[in-house]
Design a protein around this ligand. Structure first.
Ligand code: ASP
Ligand code: MG
Length: 476
């Protein structure tokens, strides 16, 4: 425990532990130590957990294969899951009674999982709703393991399925919470445990509709679950525990001198998460913004490190750039034509066509001559997007008002993030200068409207060099 932590003595702390932290019995024991140690400082701890790492993917695979009519693969997967979870339970729990209840509980869940996969195999069909139900199991196992371990250590602890608490819409696979109803459930089913000294261990990732149908909030959304629940209990702090020391200035595999960023604002982290930094789910800060609760990204395996603090105010650092991110596997779609000049609606119709094929656009730029505009989509969607636009623009293409709709696939987006970019003259010039000094050609440049970021599109083969050049702009 550092001096800084001792000074602030928050009463309510929400801790979220990711898949690696929940990965095996050693790491789960470490999670329990962190919880118990902070509780001993007088804090009330709400814990939210991910599934053991890899489990959610296996569940998806079980459902997928079953939907092709394969009635065996899911049996094999469920068997592997049984071995892994029961073995972990054996290590984590000494008391025979606690262990028996835990293993029976896990067995019952696994049996129902198998039965559901069997139905999918018979129907040869999987709906998003069915997928959510199957994919919700991982967190239900892991929450039970941790709660049983804490009980085995002599603490009051209870595994709670968030489907009882987080009320969502029915947008399966990417459900959104109804905060008022969730707040009511939190008051009723969660706060009493926090007040009577029980450790509630809540499943991340999942919720349920008003009718009680299980939903998931999107891949990697356990962070978001923790923020939703943290906001509802008025948490003083939200700590997202992961397996790195915090949010890094860039990917250390590209720049070995990359380091942990000590402080970021909500705005900056939003931009970072959107533009490819994998540490935090992009929606995480949303629920706590109004409450102003600070978020910390911390390392389960280096628990005295304070990690990255994310707060309301932004600290302007010298040099303005705080982080450099990269998104690979994208393509740059261009719509070109001299006949487009001054014609309203071409861009609008193009983006409607892209939306209609279900693809979201990552970045947009238009040349002021109006003779072309371009935008970035995921590479896997290139041909879908081109077909959609060509269909929408077939008359313009025939008439020659639009000359060309095409894409190049050998590109990446590199984004520099930092609040100081707002109103600091010359940042864009320095960013572009850093690249031109190294002879890197910028294909597209776009500035986020928040002015927290500048994004550049460059050729994929120059990507790492570009990241290194921009990382040099970060003040030490
Ligand atoms: N287990 C879920 C996933 O793998 C949620 C999470 O880990 O945040 O996407
Ligand atoms: Mg995650």
């Amino acid at each position: 425990m550092s001096a800084e932590e001792n000074r602030i003595t928050p009463r309510m702390v929400t801790m979220k532990f990711g898949g690696t932290s929940m990965g095996n019995h050693d790491t789960i024991a470490q999670v329990a130590r962190i919880i118990v140690e902070h509780a001993a400082q007088g804090h009330r701890i709400l814990t939210v957990v991910s599934a053991m790492n890899g489990v959610t993917d296996l569940l998806k695979q079980a459902a997928r294969t079953a939907s092709t009519g394969d009635d065996n693969e899911h049996i094999r997967i469920v068997n592997d899951l049984r071995v892994r979870h029961v073995e972990t339970a054996e290590h984590l729990v000494v008391d025979d009674k606690i262990k028996k209840v835990l293993v029976e509980d896990i067995d019952t869940l696994l049996d129902s999982l198998n039965a559901m996969c069997h139905s999918i195999a018979v129907l040869r069909e999987i709906t998003p709703r069915g997928m959510d139900l199957i994919m919700s199991f991982g967190e239900r196992f892991s929450a039970r393991l941790l709660a049983a371990h804490l009980r085995d250590l002599g603490h009051a602890a209870l595994a709670i399925d968030a489907s009882e608490i987080i009320v969502t819409d029915d947008n399966f696979q990417d459900a959104a919470p109804f905060m008022d109803e969730t707040q009511q459930r939190v008051n009723e089913f969660l706060l009493p445990y926090l007040h009577n000294g029980t450790f509630p261990i809540v499943t991340g990732y999942i919720g349920a509709t008003r009718d009680g149908i299980i939903t998931t909030l999107g891949r990697g959304a356990s962070d978001y679950s923790a923020a939703i629940l943290g906001a509802c209990i008025n948490t003083d702090d939200l700590w997202i525990y992961t397996d790195v020391d915090g949010i890094m200035t860039t990917d250390p595999r590209i720049v070995p001198t990359a380091r942990v960023i000590p402080v970021l604002s909500y705005g900056e982290v939003g931009e970072l998460a959107y533009f490819g930094a994998k540490v935090l789910h992009p929606k995480t800060v949303q629920p706590v913004i109004d409450k102003g609760a600070p978020v910390r990204v911390r390392n389960t395996f280096n628990p005295t490190h304070l990690g990255t603090l994310i707060q309301q105010q932004s600290e302007i650092t010298q040099g303005a750039v705080k982080a450099v991110t990269i998104i690979r596997d994208v393509s740059l779609v261009s719509v070109e034509g001299r006949g487009m000049v001054g014609v309203p609606g071409i861009a609008g119709r193009t983006f409607m066509a892209v939306a209609r094929v279900g693809v979201s656009v990552l970045l947009i730029s238009q040349s002021s001559s109006e003779q072309s505009f371009c935008f970035i989509v995921p590479q896997s969607k290139t041909s879908t997007v081109l077909d959609g636009i060509k269909k929408e623009m077939r008359h313009e293409l025939e008439r020659g008002d639009v000359d060309r709709v095409w894409a190049r696939e050998d590109v990446v987006i590199i984004t520099t993030v930092g609040a100081g970019m707002r109103g600091t003259p010359g940042v864009a010039a320095r960013v572009c200068g850093a690249l031109s000094n190294r002879g890197i050609n910028i294909l597209v440049i776009a500035q986020g409207s928040s002015e927290y970021s500048i994004s550049l599109v460059v050729r994929a083969e120059e990507a790492n060099e570009a990241v290194r050049a921009l990382h040099d702009l970060i003040a030490l």
